[in-house]
Design a binder for this molecule. Structure first.
Ligand code: ACO
Length: 321
C-alpha cells in the first residue's frame, strides 16, 4: 500500500507586518478596535507592487524542500492553489517550476478553489501519489489578495493579507494523509466573488473582491463543522483523536464558533489570523508551517486541516504528521 506523507513544510510572508493603525494612517476609515473585535486581525503582510504569487510560492517552496531533505530535482509533481495567479496563463505552477529550475518534465498546474484551494491541491496530490504515478509532490498555496481588494471598501480590505505556504508530500509505506473530503455548491457563488473579466483588452464587470460577510460567516461555520466530522469518520477516528485543528484563517470568530461546534478547546486550534489576516489558499499551509517551526506540531500527531471559500467550496484532510 502506498501512502502520502508530509515530508516538509515551508512558508513566506512579504515585507514587514502592516498593523490596523497603519491602515488608518493610509486613510482607511476604520479602527484597530473595530477590526480586532470583529475579526481578531491585528496585522497582515502586503506584497510590494512588483512581487507576484509565483515569487511568494518560490520562497515558501525553497523552505519546504529544504525541510523535506530533498532537492528541486526530486519533485515530480507541482500543484499551486491560488486565486491571484501571476497571469491568466501560463499557470503559476509552471512559473514556479521555472524559478525552482525543475527541468525533469514534472507536471505543473494550478487549482482554483479560493480559500479551500490548499485542501483541494493537497487532496489531488495525495491521489497522484497513492496511485503510484508520482512520488514527490510540491503543494503550494500562494496569494497576493491585496491586488484584488477595493481599498475604498472598508468592509473587505481590512480582512486580507498576502503570503504563501508549501508542503512536500512524498510516497511512504506508513500512513500520512489518512482521509480527505472535498465539496462545492455553486449555487452560493455570489456571496464571495471577484465578478470581473479581461475582455478584448479591457477589464469588464467588477475586478474587486465582493462579499456578503454575514452569509459567508454562517456558511463557513456550518460546513467547517460538517467536513471536520466527515473526514474524521472516513479515517475511522473520533474528534478526540485529533491533536491540532488547522482551519482556514478567515476570522477568529469563525475559528471559535467552529471549535465550539466540534467540542474542541481553542488550545487545540492553530490560529494565525491575528498576525496574517486572511491569506486565502495560503492560510492553511502558513499556519501549519508556523506551528511546525515553533514546535507545537510534532511528528506522529494527527492534524485536521480544513478550508472553506468562494464557489462555495469546502474540504478537509486528516493528516498523520
Ligand atoms: N471599520 C469600521 N467600521 C466598519 C468596517 C471597518 N473596517 N467595516 C464595516 N464597518 C461598519 C459598517 O459600515 C457598518 O456600519 P453601519 O452599522 O453604520 O452601517 C457596521 O460596521 C457593521 O457592518 P457589517 O458589514 O454589518 O459588519 P458585520 O458585523 O457583519 O462584520 C465582518 C463584518 C467582520 C466581515 C463579518 O461579517 C464577518 O466576520 N464575516 C465573515 C466573513 C469573513 O471572514 N470573510 C473572510 C473571507 S471569506 C473566507 O475566507 C471563507
Amino acid at each position: 500500500m502506498i501512502y502520502a506523507r508530509v515530508a516538509g513544510t515551508g512558508s513566506y510572508l512579504p515585507g514587514a507586518p502592516v498593523s490596523n493603525n497603519d491602515l488608518v494612517a493610509r486613510g482607511i476609515d476604520t479602527s484597530d478596535e473595530w477590526i480586532a473585535e470583529r475579526t481578531g486581525i491585528r496585522t497582515r503582510h502586503l506584497a510590494p507592487e512588483d512581487v507576484t504569487s509565483s515569487q511568494l510560492a518560490y520562497e515558501a517552496s525553497v523552505r519546504a524542500i529544504e525541510a523535506a531533505g530533498c532537492t528541486p530535482a526530486d519533485i515530480d509533481l507541482i500543484i499551486v492553489a491560488t486565486s491571484t495567479p501571476d497571469y491568466v496563463f501560463p499557470s503559476t505552477a509552471t512559473l514556479l517550476q521555472a524559478k525552482l529550475g525543475i527541468t525533469n518534465g514534472a507536471p505543473a498546474f494550478d487549482v482554483q478553489a479560493v480559500c479551500t484551494g490548499f485542501a483541494y491541491a493537497l487532496s489531488t496530490a495525495e491521489k497522484f501519489i497513492r496511485s503510484g504515478s508520482h512520488t514527490r509532490a510540491l503543494v503550494v498555496g500562494a496569494e497576493v489578495f491585496s491586488r484584488i481588494l477595493d481599498w475604498n471598501d472598508r468592509g473587505t480590505c481590512v480582512l486580507f493579507g498576502d503570503g504563501a505556504g508549501a508542503v512536500v508530500l512524498e510516497a511512504s509505506d506508513a500512513p500520512g494523509i489518512l482521509a480527505t473530503a472535498l465539496h462545492a455548491d455553486g449555487s452560493h457563488n455570489k456571496i464571495l466573488c471577484v465578478p470581473g473579466q479581461v475582455n478584448r483588452g479591457q477589464v469588464t464587470g467588477d475586478p474587486f473582491l465582493r462579499m456578503d460577510g454575514q452569509a459567508v460567516f454562517k456558511f463557513a461555520v456550518k460546513v467547517l463543522g460538517e467536513v471536520a466530522r466527515e473526514v474524521t469518520e472516513i479515517a475511522g477516528l473520533a474528534l478526540e483523536d485529533v491533536d491540532w485543528l488547522i482551519p482556514h484563517q478567515a476570522n477568529v470568530r469563525i475559528l471559535q464558533a467552529t471549535a465550539k461546534r466540534l467540542g474542541l478547546s481553542m488550545d487545540k486550534v492553530i490560529s494565525t489570523v491575528g498576525q496574517h489576516g486572511n491569506t486565502s489558499a495560503a492560510s492553511i499551509p502558513l499556519a501549519l508551517d508556523l506551528a511546525v517551526r515553533d514546535g507545537r506540531i510534532q511528528r506522529g500527531q494527527r492534524l485536521l486541516l480544513e478550508g472553506v471559500g468562494g464557489g462555495f467550496t469546502w474540504g478537509a484532510a486528516l493528516v498523520q504528521f
